[in-house]
Design a protein around this ligand. Sequence first.
Ligand code: ADP
Length: 232
Amino acid sequence: MHMKIKIKNLGFYYNDHPVLENISMEIAKNTITAVTGPSGQGKSTLLMTLNRLWESIEGARVDGQIEICFNGKFQNIYDPKYRVSDLRRRVGMVFQMPNPLPMSIYKNILFPLKLKGENKKKDAPFRVEAALKRAFLWEEVKDRLNEDARALSGGQQQRLCIARALILNPEVLLLDEPTSSLDDNSCNMIESLLLEVKKSCTILLVSHYLDQVKRIADTGMRLSRGQMTQEW
Ligand code: ADP
């Protein structure tokens, strides 16, 4: 089995208050790993160490090492020479509350391409369509792409956010409680689409829905008191 992520002796501190201590784990390519456990134990923090999202928080500090395999070579993501913009392009993230931008459905999905200066390229509409299809949303929105994304239902908004994360074809997708604000039907759709997405992506999912993660996750890790234990 090919490994995608290697975490070695990871520690994380807010102003010297330890949240994660000495965590080591390896995550195989094209799998779904669920991180469960009580709240306030550092699950979201762990996700943020993987795309360096915590770096703007004053007083926060990480130690240890995280390597992710890009183009067949393990990259230390905290190497000062490695650009955070390259990392974020390869490691996408979806949050607990859907966060559509105040613009049309189409422009929401296009937004990451715009940031990269690729929104005017000929293939942009096809990339938007492909991302919406991967997020199981295309059929519902193909005739209303110019409508404000905030008019979509909660479940549709979350799939829109997943499509927006997928348009850059990330190699790793981080999801922090992506279904906790959604109804059962929306949860089921997200479970099914994640099983498809993992064929081309390595997924880390924080969730407190044990039944759900047991259905879809290849590996289940429990985080409690700064320590990680493998549950399955
Ligand atoms: P979980 O995802 O398991 O609920 P979090 O990663 O959100 O846990 O939080 C872990 C711990 O870090 C908690 O004790 C929380 O209060 C603390 N924490 C989170 N964000 C900050 C912050 N910006 N500043 C200080 N402490 C924080």
